[in-house]
Ligand binder design. Structure first.
Ligand SMILES: Cc1cc2nc3c(=O)[nH]c(=O)nc-3n(C[C@H](O)[C@H](O)[C@H](O)COP(=O)(O)OP(=O)(O)OC[C@H]3O[C@@H](n4cnc5c(N)ncnc54)[C@H](O)[C@@H]3O)c2cc1C
Length: 417
């Protein structure tokens, strides 16, 4: 089968790229070993984080490092046995998080995150996915005044420097909005710009349906079988019905991308921050209607189609190590205190996913430096659901030779080579 481009991986990133390529008239084959949006892009918290201009940095101070080292926290957990393998990555992550380096990351990241909502919006409309979207921002709830005041000061700076809107919300206001809250809080920060998705995997499938309606092809196959053609011009991939040949191939394999980039001779610093979710039945009276993050304990409660989804913070572990959902168990009592109507667990066991991360907290988006016609769209970390469509547009513009809507230089793989 002849195509213009092959996209490997049908998470939010790969589906958005395939859709943008197809919309520009390139015949595109999208490949996954499973259905679309059934891995990391299924289980996340569904936030389109327009406010996420400051990516999650590695703790800097000794006191913080010692606190996390004890490994009894809710917001972060690690596997001791994984440390020898991931320590070099963590050292680089720590270095990029130092204030002088972090400032550069924030500046480079800002134009990409600014396109979060504006790039989802036309795709949501074309895909007829409005029923999955809530346009009311999200709430950061504070149990303590000190952390509230620090967060308010930071929000002022983000408003001034990046035009990100927020509201200061008092306890009585948040309780009117969410009458199911069980405790008085010290206040809340309402990030006004983000949108949220009531079924992230469902949105990816709607984008896939739009891609197919435009003539795109989705096939099940193993992306690891990708080969450069012997002439050096173009790429080929064996699938059940034959071999797909295309001029361009895009790697969008989320946490599995490193398996292929290693095989192709790249040694990119990629790791994962694992995360878990559990659904709970919504109460009949006063159901949760907002996306709320418990600032002290670092979990999110989100009103999804399937029930209230609790998503956990980060777990540093090897990608394929057995599941250790201790954070769900640690978060649950705090979530029940915050929202006593939370019903019984809906899932038989906690879902596990892996955020694909790079040490400088920014994705790799652009050409593969050593191969013609090969492109990378990987490492979207905490913001893959947010940035899928913006990444899709950027890759499609680079593939077609159009002027990219933002300067992609900061996202090049060459920064790690
Ligand atoms: C708990 C949690 C909460 C999160 N909350 C948010 C949030 O609120 N907002 C946000 O923006 N982001 C959030 N994220 C991050 C976000 O989910 C990810 O960044 C994003 O889903 C990554 O998308 P992706 O397309 O790169 O990867 P994936 O969705 O994992 O897609 C990769 C695809 O590659 C396929 N694949 C892998 N290997 C092969 C192979 N050999 N052959 C064929 N196919 C293969 C997989 O089947 C999969 O479909 C969260 C993540 C977690 C874990």
């Amino acid at each position: 089968m002849q195509a213009d481009s092959i996209v490997l991986g049908a998470g939010i990133v790969g589906v958005s790229i395939a859709l943008h390529l197809q919309m520009r008239g390139l015949s595109t084959v999208l490949v996954d070993r499973r259905g679309a949006g059934e891995e990391t892009s299924y289980g996340n918290a569904g936030l389109i984080q327009r406010e996420g201009v400051m990516p999650h940095a590695f703790p800097q101070g000794l006191a913080d490092l010692l606190r996390y080292g004890v490994n009894d926290r809710t917001d972060m957990h690690y596997h001791l046995a994984a440390l020898p393998r991931i320590a070099p990555f963590l050292a680089r992550y720590w270095w990029h998080s130092r204030p002088e380096n972090y400032r550069k990351v924030v500046t480079a990241y800002a134009p990409l995150i600014a396109a979060a909502v504006t790039e989802h919006a036309p795709l949501i409309e074309k895909a007829g996915a409005d029923d999955l979207i809530v346009r009311q921002g999200w709430y950061l709830l504070f149990r303590e005044e000190q952390e509230r005041d620090e967060a308010f000061r930071k929000a002022e700076r983000l408003e001034r420097d990046f035009g990100i809107n927020h509201d200061v919300v008092r306890n009585d206001e948040i309780r009117r909005k969410e009458p199911g809250l069980g405790i008085d809080v010290a206040g809340a920060l309402h990030w006004a710009d983000p949108w949220s998705i009531r079924d992230p995997g469902g949105l990816v499938k709607r984008y896939l349906a739009l891609f197919e309606s435009l003539g795109g092809t989705f096939v099940n196959a193993d992306a690891m079988a990708l080969q450069q053609r012997s002439s050096g011009a173009g790429w080929q991939l064996p699938v059940a019905s034959g071999v797909i040949e295309a001029k361009d191939a895009v790697v969008a394999l989320g946490p599995w991308a490193g398996d292929l980039t290693d095989r192709l001779g790249y040694s990119l610093p990629l790791a994962v921050k694992r995360g878990y979710h559990m659904h709970y039945a919504q109460p009949a009276a006063n159901p949760l209607t907002s996306w709320v993050l418990d600032s002290k304990y670092g979990y999110l409660l989100t009103p999804m189609v399937r029930g209230v989804r609790l998503t956990t913070g980060a777990e540093f572990a090897l990608r394929d190590a057995p599941s250790t959902p201790v954070q769900v168990d640690r978060d649950e009592p705090w979530a029940r205190e915050l929202f006593p109507g939370l019903g019984t667990r809906v899932d038989a066991e906690p879902w596990k996913g892996a955020r694909p991360i790079t040490p400088d907290m920014m994705p790799i988006i652009g050409p593969a430096p050593k191969h013609k016609g090969l492109w990378f769209a990987i490492g979207h970390a905490h913001h893959g659901m947010t940035l899928g469509p913006a990444t899709g547009r950027l890759i499609a513009e680079m593939v077609t030779g159009d002027t990219p809507f933002i300067d992609p230089a900061a996202f090049s793989a060459t920064r790690f080579m």
